[in-house]
Design a binder for this molecule. Structure first.
Ligand SMILES: Nc1ncnc2c1ncn2[C@@H]1O[C@H](COP(=O)(O)OP(=O)(O)OP(=O)(O)O)[C@@H](O)[C@H]1O
Ligand SMILES: [Mg+2]
Length: 511
């Protein structure tokens, strides 16, 4: 998005409440104060570069990563695993382009025929499928054996009269199209085959029971269906319509790299689930053509190596990762995983990131230190006001804020920049916490039945948002003096080891 689309910042002297402040539709413009990181995120999206965001919690790292994903072009490929009849434990990969996928879905829809109301079906079809009573002509659910009107059995004779193909055709079709779980319902048949004359040619028409509707399949649809049935079975593991932002924690290897699930029947052709059907993609595959975002990158430990390989090859096999599982013998090669990598971590953890991974990010992307404060200018005050409006809108449960309330928040942002990060003439960018303050003030406003968050609500919320350490300091003058007051008089009289000394006979203490 070019700069022209950027809505102008609010003029705070002309605004009465945050309801009048416009929120940009571009999610990157909703990120306040991180201009450098946002600029690099735009470049990364355009040029498909990687990004490492370093900085303290709650400063917008996840927000930037998410917004970056929305700036990437929509995914154009779908990834499927296909049954390999020659070697079921080596399923094949199929990558389909958008056009083909759409065409296929259309033809599948075509192959599934039209749904009609039983009342619009030929009478003998509706009777034989169990929707219409043969005695009185009343329509009811096929699940009801007896006609709710005349109480007589609906199905009567489910014979073959009127069907030139007899049951031969029906049973042939039945084997391939049976509806699971429906076969033992006693009323009527599941499928009726008839013929009709079309352009002087006789053709087969099949009517199928589908819930409370009837599916009609003409000759073309039947042929299409047979064609689809001839294909090797397959499973879509990364669908075309997907979220381009994939968040991975690296809590487990399988979440990140995929897996092949265990099957107690070991994939036995009749009893078990075929290997291709047990393949589960990892986050790296789901992020294909999108963003793979890893928060707290350093916690990934050794898994970082796999990311490295995936970034290098843009493909990564999926195999069963639990050696005890029947999935362990299954492997799918060459599964695409072409993602834009975005990692986040705080400064202390930087050295836990593998050097080759850093070099890969750097070599094809950018590293950026996010800011903890921004300069205190009129423009940035307006940005902070936009932030207040955003937090209120996205929370959805609190009222808008009056301008005096906004100014009180700006004042608090100034105080926090100074007290937390020793930045003078600045406004804090530790915005998650500032957002918490806005929500707390909103809750107080709701409690008061106030239509707006006002200055008083903010003041109360600031008081409540003090950390316990700050509260101790306030009450006792200093944190250490506070510590002293927390001991009971008995503890104070004796040594600090009073408890242990007095209970030394209690061996549980020392185990
Ligand atoms: N720069 C910012 N601009 C606007 N809102 C922000 C910004 N930073 C944080 N916020 C607000 O705080 C919330 C948390 O921010 P985010 O999740 O991006 O932080 P983070 O840097 O990823 O933190 P962590 O390191 O804890 O994951 C956001 O959803 C947003 O409401
Ligand atoms: Mg985050």
């Amino acid at each position: 998005m070019s700069k022209e689309h950027r809505p102008s910042l609010p003029d705070l002297s002309k605004v009465a409440t945050t309801a009048e402040i416009a929120i940009p539709s571009d999610p990157l413009l909703r990120v306040i104060g991180q201009d450098e990181a946002v600029k690099l995120a735009r470049i990364s999206a355009k040029q498909r570069r990687n990004l490492l965001l370093v900085g303290p919690p709650g400063t917008g790292k996840s927000m930037i990563a998410q917004a970056l994903a929305l700036h990437l072009p929509r995914p154009t490929e779908e990834i499927r695993v296909v049954h390999n009849p020659e070697n079921p434990e080596r399923p094949l990969i199929e990558v389909k382009k958008e056009e083909e996928v759409r065409r296929e879905y259309a033809s599948r829809e075509f192959a599934s025929g039209d749904l009609i109301d039983p009342k619009n079906a030929p009478i003998n079809v509706a009777e034989r499928l169990g929707y219409r009573c043969r005695n009185c002509g009343t329509y009811s659910s096929f699940k009801e054996r007896y006609c709710p009107k005349c109480q007589k059995p609906k199905a009567g004779d489910a014979g073959t009269a009127g069907n030139p193909f007899g049951d031969l055709m029906s049973s042939l079709l039945e084997s391939s199209m049976s509806v699971p779980g429906m076969s033992n319902i006693p009323t009527g048949k599941e499928r009726v085959t008839t013929t009709r004359n079309r352009f002087g040619k006789e053709e087969v028409v099949v009517f199928e029971r589908t819930g409370e509707m009837i599916r009609v399949l003409d000759q073309d649809a039947l042929e299409k269906r047979r064609e689809l049935e001839k294909q090797s079975p397959r499973k879509v593991i990364v669908p075309l319509d997907r979220n381009p932002f994939v968040f991975a924690t690296g809590a487990s290897e399988t979440e990140l790299l995929g897996d092949v699930r265990h099957d107690p029947y070991g994939g036995h052709a009749q009893l078990g689930t075929q290997p291709f059907d047990r393949v589960v993609p990892g986050a790296i595959h789901e992020a294909h053509q999108g963003v793979l975002f890893i928060d707290e990158l350093s916690h990934l430990g050794n898994l970082q190596r796999f990311i490295l390989t995936a970034m290098q090859e843009r493909r990564f096999p999926i195999s069963g990762r639990n050696p005890q599982s029947s999935g362990a013998s299954v492997k799918v090669d060459m599964v695409p995983c072409d993602f834009v990598f975005v990692g986040a971590c705080n400064i202390q953890d930087l050295e836990q990131i593998l050097a080759p991974l850093r070099s890969r990010i750097n070599g094809n992307g950018y590293e950026v230190l996010v800011k903890t404060a921004m300069e205190d200018t009129q423009e940035n005050e307006a940005r902070l006001a936009q932030f207040v409006a955003q937090e209120i809108i996205f929370d959805g449960k609190i009222p808008h804020a009056s301008m005096p309330a906004v100014w009180a928040i700006i004042k608090e942002a100034r105080r926090r920049a100074k007290d937390l990060d020793h930045h003078t003439h600045s406004l804090t960018l530790r915005l998650r916490e500032l957002g918490g303050l806005i929500r707390a003030a909103g809750d107080i406003a709701i409690h008061d039945g106030s239509p707006l968050i006002d200055e008083g609500h903010i003041a109360l919320a600031i008081k409540r948002s003090r950390t316990v350490e700050e509260q101790i300091k306030e009450r006792y003058g200093s944190y250490t003096r506070g510590l002293g007051t927390d001991l009971s008089s008995a503890q104070k009289e004796k040594s600090p080891y009073y408890f242990w000394n007095e209970h030394s006979g209690d061996d549980q203490m020392f185990h």
